[in-house]
Design a protein around this ligand. Sequence first.
Ligand code: NAD
Ligand code: UDP
Length: 320
Amino acid sequence: MKKIVVTGAAGFLGSHLTRDLLGQGHQVIGIDNLSTGKRTNIEDFLSDPNFHFIEFDVADPRILELMELDGVREIYHLASPASPKFYQAAPFETIAVNTIGTQNMLELAKKNNAKLLYASTSEAYGDPLVHPQPEDYRGNVNTWGPRACYDEAKRMGEVFCYEYFTRFHVPVKVVRIFNTYSAGLRNDDGRVISNFVTQALTGQDITVYGDGSQTRSFCYIDDNIRALELAMEKDEATGEIINIGNPKEYTILEVARMVKRLTGSESNITFHPLPQDDPKVRRPVIDKAKKLLDWEPAVDLEEGLKRTIAVYRQRLTCLQ
Ligand code: NAD
Ligand code: UDP
């Protein structure tokens, strides 16, 4: 049994990861300030004696004084708003959690000789000029726009990891996560899969931004969680940046049509202005993950959407 910290434990990825780690018999300390996460995401295991929840801001330095954090072996630093809707509403908090918050967690790792995995993002590549994106592509990020608070904060979080790895030999692992989804996303999360599925099931217009020709590559949650755990486990991943995502690429209009077909919805597909700096293409090169983690995704978009739709449908029926 290991003592593991998960920051962002009440969020989408964090709650799935926590459930999985508890299932393996580990002790999990979940830290979350509930800014975008929800207590309902963790209520199933709040009474589990191996789960300890701390409602706290990881960017607050007092986090290091918390006695329960002694003896920590692994830290998954996932705390950060992730949906453009939420990080653009809280730019300074987004910058703080990915910079100061990352440094706080690296200090905790240093003090405890613990491993740290940092959830970076495909947004580190910005609106990419190289396609698909390998880890050594340095990106095309605009510092002067609404996505910068997230993209640049994540890039700076990577820099903190680099410095703690090279100066203090903290075993860090940086994963650049590409669009990940499941029914664990809040209905009001604002990201594309949760929007489209909620809209299709409730008969609202399916809102495509721009002409829908921009692309994304969608990874199902189970594949993502398996990759995060492998990255934490494997020594080969130490001091590395690794793309985690599904390399099958779709246009957003294709996704809208697929959701409409799979839900049997009568909703109209409508077109709206494309948000500023919205990346035009995104697809990971995952050769490094295959080689270092012996990992590749198993769930394709159609299968993942069917699972997602089934749960959303049930949830929306319960709300009626
Ligand atoms: P989410 O918004 O569902 O979860 C983030 C969690 O972090 C929330 O529970 C929130 O309350 C918590 N949090 C935010 N600021 C905090 C702070 N200062 N202190 C403590 N807790 C804080 O988002 P998610 O999709 O689960 O993303 C998790 C991580 O993975 C994020 O770091 C995100 O940037 C990264 N990521 C996710 C995706 C994806 O597709 N889901 C893609 C790329 C990167
Ligand atoms: N998008 C859309 N309609 C929506 C929500 C998002 O067309 O209701 C588009 C968005 O403009 C982007 C893509 O879907 O091109 C993915 O958006 P999301 O916010 O899920 O993640 P991003 O990859 O942009 O961070």
